[in-house]
Design a binder for this molecule. Structure first.
Ligand code: MEV
Length: 435
């Protein structure tokens, strides 16, 4: 049970920890020690991290791992992944190696359009609001030049602006619906700044319009915000090989290609399976997004919205044609390689450097290929040995770490569990017997 506090944000970091540990912990010295253990000894680096967010009291580590051997459009990448889940990086690396030896990933960006909306209410004559929108539209472009000039010089900017009549859904509800090209930036700040300016322009330009026909009190702006649904910001990655190559994969399984195709068919016909199937894809997508400083919440939201167009389905697809197996992933990815934390977080800079400082389109192709590799790895396990075999072996280390095992105990455990199934209870009884 916590307790109310006023002015928490005004406290110093030490004061925040004092209050927190006194309020929420019995053993407050232990909690204090752990929280401070994660501080970085380099004060400047620590300050940088503190200032990424608010009310920061410590750092939260995630493993920063590497999946090598990703051959994408004939270029070899070593991919950084930030993820805590065991097996994910191993599965991605294994799949990458297999596909490297079978032609690699062929990835292409299909479109890069971002979207933003100003939501407003108007209960008057529809012809008037439509005429007013046509009148204001050039002003949206002219009066936002201070925001858009830099983006324009990089080849991006506002693409188009429409008026959308949503009055059949909600009484008096309209949208100013804008499309953007944000080039190498994810563009959230750029889009939101443009949209807020649109709403001011739209609200304040009524005196310039046909005399007395419209009053700004007739327009009620509700909100202005980008949309994370980006069905026109799409990347596709594809792999293919002769089915015999797949049948030779260890562990050897007859009809592996057909079973994988069937697994996708199942996902396309069952939402329970489809969500898990897509979660497996997002294991890879999010891990690279996080390592490269991208907003994985936005990516998740857009991926699942895209998967649900026409009923929630698999984001990936597989088929066999003339003894060739084709496996592809198409997903929306609104990401950036400039702006946000990309130039601030030292590990993000390192991650981008590992990837040879890609532009956003290149990074979209890399992320989609990792998502596809991840899906391949998961389905490979699922339709052959089952997921637990590989997963629990990797998980063994995590289970053992709970017992503060010595290196010798760890080696004994690895040997013991070589051919046995790993579970928290089997590890527990092994440790009890060992000690
Ligand atoms: C686990 O994080 C991901 C999987 O469940 C994905 C899948 O079932 O396809 C293994």
């Amino acid at each position: 049970m916590s307790e109310e506090i006023k002015g928490f944000s005004k406290l110093s970091k030490n004061e925040k920890i004092e209050w927190l540990t006194k309020t929420c912990f019995h053993q407050n010295d232990k909690a204090k020690k752990i929280l401070k253990q994660y501080w970085n000894s380099d004060n400047n680096l620590q300050k940088l991290h503190d200032e990424f967010s608010e009310n920061t009291i410590s750092n939260y580590y995630l493993p920063f791992a590497i999946a090598p051997n990703f051959l994408i459009n004939k270029k070899l990448y070593t991919v950084p992944m930030a993820i805590e889940e065991s097996s994910v990086v191993a599965a991605a690396s294994k799949a990458a190696k297999f596909w490297m030896n079978n032609g690699g990933f062929k990835a292409e960006v299909i479109a890069t359009e971002k979207i933003g909306q100003v939501h407003f209410l108007f209960h008057g004559n529809k012809k008037i609001i439509s005429d007013y929108f046509d009148f204001v539209k050039p002003l949206f472009f002219e009066k936002t030049k201070s925001i858009t000039s830099k983006m324009n010089s990089r080849g991006g900017g506002i693409l188009d602006i429409f008026l959308v009549d949503k009055t059949s859904d909600i009484n008096g509800y309209f949208q100013i619906f804008a499309t953007f090209n944000t080039v190498d930036a994810m563009g959230a700040n750029f889009i939101n700044s443009c949209l807020e300016e649109f709403s001011h322009i739209f609200y304040n330009s009524t005196p310039l319009f046909r005399n007395d026909e419209l009053n700004n009190n007739d327009i009620e702006i509700i909100m202005s915000i980008l949309s994370n649904h980006v069905p026109n910001c799409i990347v596709k990655s594809v792999v293919s090989c002769n089915i015999n190559e797949l049948n030779n994969l260890e562990p050897k399984t007859e009809n592996f290609a057909e079973r994988l195709v069937k697994a996708i068919e199942i996902a396309n016909n069952d939402v329970y399976r489809a969500v898990t199937h897509n979660k497996g894809i997002m294991n890879g997508v999010d891990a690279v997004a996080l390592a490269t400083g991208n907003d994985f919440r936005a990516i998740e939201a857009s991926a699942h919205a895209y998967a649900s167009i026409g009923g929630y389905k698999s984001l990936s697809n597989a088929y066999i044609m003339n003894d060739m197996f084709y496996f592809e992933l198409k997903l929306p990815l609104a990401i950036g390689t400039v702006g946000g934390v990309t130039s601030l977080h030292p590990l993000v800079k390192i991650a981008l450097e590992i990837l040879d400082n890609p532009d956003s389109k290149e990074l979209m192709k890399i992320i989609a290929s990792v998502g596809l590799a991840q899906n391949f790895g998961a389905l490979r396990s699922l339709v052959t040995t089952g997921i637990q075999k590989g997963h629990m072996k990797m998980h063994l280390t995590n289970l053992l770490n709970k017992y503060d095992v010595t290196e010798l105990e760890k080696q004994k455990a690895i040997e013991y569990f070589k051919n046995k199934s790993v579970s928290s209870s089997s590890v527990d009884s092994f440790i009890q017997k060992l000690r």
